[in-house]
Design a protein around this ligand. Sequence first.
Ligand code: HEM
Length: 178
Amino acid sequence: MVNDHARLAELAMPQSLPRTRTSFRLARAHRQVVLIVHVLASVGLFGIALTALGFATLALRSDDTSMRQALLRAIELLDRPLLPILAVVSVASGVLLCLGTAWGLFTHVWIVTKQVIMATLIVTGVFWIGESARQALEVGTPSAVLLGLYASHLALLVTATTLSIVKPKAQLKKEMTR
Ligand code: HEM
């Protein structure tokens, strides 16, 4: 029975993947804590994008000026400071998991794809969404571009979550064993 539990835990969180050459390994308990933080921060980004898209849609449809202002101000609050904090935590914990486990940073296609997705989210978030959200607050209504950006972020975050769960086997380079 105890062995069955150990086997199930091993399947859920494989420790026995071929090892990549990294300088340290996270202990099981530490890995679990970092993974919890990572999933909360990453899925939190999805929650923010979904909420902001909902608020922007409501603001676009509302005839009430004060309601529109309140919704746009709420979007601005989500955009700063919540979004950058969660993005930094997601990237930092993700990189820690890569380096501290057998996954590695540049071995698996699903992990490199998530890094590209995160880079896209951060660049468009900082340089495009932030500006569009501030403009929306100034003119009192969100632009179609802002809605499109949030919808694209949602699609990218769904892709990242799906990749994380499915973990396709494709590799960029052979894992190094030691
Ligand atoms: C720089 C960006 C990212 C890196 C380097 C990264 C890396 C990783 C790694 C290595 C794991 C496996 C951890 C383990 O098994 O111990 C993982 C798990 C996970 N990641 Fe990320 N990640 C990143 C971004 C994201 C994003 C944007 C999302 C979703 C919105 C996400 C969602 C998840 C989820 C749900 C898991 C848990 C999968 C499972 O345990 O079955 N990650 N991530």
